[in-house]
Ligand binder design. Sequence first.
Ligand code: CA
Length: 227
Amino acid sequence: MRVLIVEDDEGIARGLASHLRHLSWAVDMTDSVESAWTALSVEPFDMVLLDLGLRDGDGSEVLRLLRRSPPGKLPDAALPVLIMTARDQVAARIECLDMGADDYVTKPFDPDELAARMRALRRRSVGRAQPLIKTGLLEIDPAARSVHLSGRPVELSTREFGILLALVEVRPRVLSRPQIEAALYNWDSALDSNAVEVHVHHLRKKLGDGVIRTLRGVGYFVPKDVA
Ligand code: CA
């Protein structure tokens, strides 16, 4: 999952980004209304964490613009937005929720609670109620970041887990290599041109050939039920 943090307190933004990256999410940071809007207009993010008091204005402006975005274009008007507010900003929270924000946390917040709220938001945005993802013989627990195949645990690296989860969440839709890269790598990460292929190769060694399939010339997919 690709996450944009919009926060002008550099310490908060960096700490949060580091925490979320350890959870296998790709995280980018911007610190103003303008830079957030530019980022959302050019990159396919899956979620926005939005601070309200920004350098050049109110973060709610990003939310307002986002929800008015025309369908089928970037930024995606349906993008899940979680706002991060100060404790005394009750009126602002209500206004943002009514303006289309999906959830909020009040500062200071526990990053683990925020991550759990993000997983819940992600479930809702991909239309899934159950915290565990079961597809045939494959079982994935996004919170524990664990994978079982035929009841046996499978050890995956952070990137491997990220690729598998990205594919499983949209199964049986095909994701192209650039789509997988966009979901997994933030702006600053050095990216080998064949990085995704290498990770998929390792995933197939660990999971067998039946889980991640190739649609030649298009990309990768996970079948609806893994047999
Ligand atoms: Ca701020």
